[in-house]
Design a protein around this ligand. Structure first.
Ligand code: ADP
Ligand code: ASP
Ligand code: MG
Length: 409
C-alpha cells in the first residue's frame, strides 16, 4: 500500500477556512486508499494565539529566564494544539485518526534543547495505527530524549519531522503543504513575478534553503536526499502540482528537468560586514580573529582573507560580541551594518561563462554597489546594502529571465 507523509505549515492551519483546505487534501489521499501520516506545525504566524512566536512572547518579559528544558516544553504546546484540533476535525468527518506527540510517534532525539537532532525513529506504534486504518497525525518540530524529556528541533523544524518520518517509514513521497504554489524562482514577498518551478534537485533546493529561502528547512532536504525520498512542495490552497524535489539524475531520466544556468535567487538579511585591515599588524592576524570568533560561538560567513587584511560577515545579533572581541584583540574593525547577502543559484552554472558579468551589469545598471562577492560551482554570492535588496533581487531576476524561462523541457 502507498504511504504518504503530508506536512502542513502554520498558515495552512491558522483558521477554520484554512483547516478546511487541509482536510480536503487529507480526505483525497485517504479516499484513494493511501496510508497517511500527517505532520502539523503550530497554527498561524507571529501574533496568532498559538503560534510558536506567540508562545515565546509569553516569556519575553521575564528576561528569558527560563531553562531550555522548560522553554521546549512551552514551545511544544503549539503543535499539540494543531494535532488535537485536526484529529477532532477528521473524526467529525468520520475518518478514523489518532494524534501523537513526537515522542509517542517514536521520534528519539539527543538532549540539545532548542536544536535537538533526531537519533532514531521507532515506527511500530505508527505502523500499528496505520494498519488499523487510522490517519496518524504527528506534532512537528519535536521529539523526546531517551529520558522522556520533550525537545524541539529548531525553528522551522516541522519540515525536518516530516522528511525524517518519511525516511523512517520509507514513504512514497513527502508532501510539504504551505502558503505558496511550490518552490519559486525567488521569495514572492520580494519579487512579485517569481514563478513556481516544476522540479528541482535536492542539491539546488538545499542550496537555496541554506542561503535563506525559508520555504523548506535545509536539514529536511538533507534527510530526504540521504534516504532518496521524493518531496513535493505545494500549496494547501490550490490544486497545483507544486515542485517535485528529487535526485537530479531521476529528474533527467524523467525528462522533466534540465541543468539551468540559474534556477533561482535566495537572500539573507540583517548581516554585518566586518573588515580588519592589516597595517603591518601581527603575522597571525587571521588566525587570532577566526579563533576568537570560533571560541565564542560566533558564526562567520563570506570570508575573504588577503595579505592586506580580512573581510567577513556576521549576523546582526552577533555584531556587538564580534566587535568587542576584535577590539579586545587590539584591532579597529570597519563595521558596515544593514547588509544583505544575495545568492544566485543554478546546478548548471559550473563552467558557464558570463554569469558574474550578468550580475555585475544588472547591479551596476541599477546603481547598486557590490560590497563583496564569492562563488562556488553552483552559486554566486554578492553582499549589498539591505536598502537595495528589493531592487537588486528584481533586477537579477529579470536579468536571468527567471520571470519568463519555460520551466519544462
Ligand atoms: P510554513 O508555515 O508553511 O512552514 P514558511 O513561512 O516557513 O511556511 O515558508 C513559506 C514561505 O517561504 C512563503 O510564504 C515565502 O514567502 C517564503 N519563501 C522564501 N523563498 C521562497 C522560494 N524560493 N519559494 C517559495 N517560497 C519562498
Ligand atoms: N512551529 C515551529 C516554528 O515556528 C516549527 C515549524 O513551523 O516548522 O518554528
Ligand atoms: Mg516553515
Amino acid at each position: 500500500m502507498e504511504l504518504i507523509v503530508q506536512k502542513f505549515g502554520g498558515t495552512s492551519l491558522s483558521d477554520e477556512q484554512s483547516r478546511r483546505h487541509v482536510l480536503r487534501h487529507i480526505i483525497r489521499e485517504h479516499e484513494a486508499g493511501r496510508s497517511l501520516v500527517v505532520v502539523v506545525s503550530a497554527m498561524g504566524r507571529s501574533g496568532d494565539p498559538y503560534a510558536t512566536d506567540s508562545l515565546l512572547e509569553l516569556i519575553r518579559g521575564n528576561g528569558n529566564a527560563i531553562p531550555s528544558r522548560e522553554r521546549d516544553l512551552l514551545l511544544s504546546c503549539g503543535e499539540l494544539i494543531s494535532a488535537s484540533v485536526l484529529c477532532s476535525l477528521l473524526n467529525a468527518e468520520g475518518i478514523p485518526a489518532v494524534s501523537l506527540t513526537g515522542g509517542q510517534a517514536g521520534i528519539v532525539t539527543d538532549d540539545r534543547f532548542g536544536s535537538a537532532r533526531i537519533m532514531e525513529i521507532k515506527t511500530d506504534r505508527m505502523l500499528k495505527h496505520l494498519s488499523d486504518g487510522r490517519v496518524v497525525i504527528v506534532t512537528g518540530f519535536q521529539g523526546m530524549t531517551t529520558d522522556g524529556e520533550m525537545t524541539t528541533l529548531g525553528r522551522g523544524g516541522s519540515d525536518t519531522s516530516a522528511t525524517a518520518l518519511g525516511a523512517a517509514l520509507n514513504a512514497n513521497i513527502v508532501d510539504i503543504y504551505t502558503d505558496v504554489d511550490g518552490i519559486l524562482t525567488a521569495d514572492p514577498r520580494w519579487v512579485s513575478d517569481a514563478r513556481p518551478l516544476s522540479a528541482v534537485s535536492y542539491e539546488e533546493i538545499c542550496n537555496m534553503a541554506q542561503n535563506g529561502a525559508k520555504v523548506i528547512h535545509p536539514r529536511a532536504v538533507e534527510i530526504a536526499m540521504k534516504a532518496g525520498i521524493p518531496v513535493r512542495v505545494r500549496s494547501t490552497f490550490s490544486d497545483s502540482e507544486g515542485t517535485l524535489v528529487t535526485h537530479a539524475r531521476e529528474l533527467r531520466s524523467q525528462g522533466i528537468w534540465f541543468d539551468k544556468t540559474v534556477t533561482g535567487l535566495a537572500h539573507v538579511r540583517s548581516v554585518t560586514q566586518l573588515a580588519v585591515i592589516n597595517h603591518n599588524g601581527p603575522a597571525d592576524l587571521q588566525l587570532r580573529i577566526f579563533r576568537a570568533m570560533a571560541s565564542h560561538g560566533i558564526s562567520v560567513d563570506f570570508i575573504n582573507v588577503m595579505p592586506t587584511g580580512v573581510h567577513y560577515t556576521v549576523s546582526e545579533n552577533d555584531t556587538p560580541n564580534a566587535v568587542q572581541l576584535l577590539q579586545g584583540l587590539g584591532f579597529e574593525p570597519k563595521i558596515r551594518k544593514g547588509c544583505a547577502k544575495v545568492s544566485v543559484i543554478g546546478g548548471g552554472m559550473n563552467g558557464e561563462p558570463g554569469v558574474m558579468a550578468v550580475i555585475v551589469e544588472a547591479l551596476t545598471n541599477t546603481g547598486i554597489p557590490i560590497l563583496q562577492s564569492a562563488d562556488s560551482n553552483t552559486t554566486i554570492w554578492v553582499l549589498i546594502s539591505e536598502e537595495n535588496l528589493a531592487e537588486a533581487l528584481q533586477a537579477l531576476h529579470k536579468a536571468f529571465g527567471l520571470h519568463l524561462t519555460p520551466d519544462k523541457t
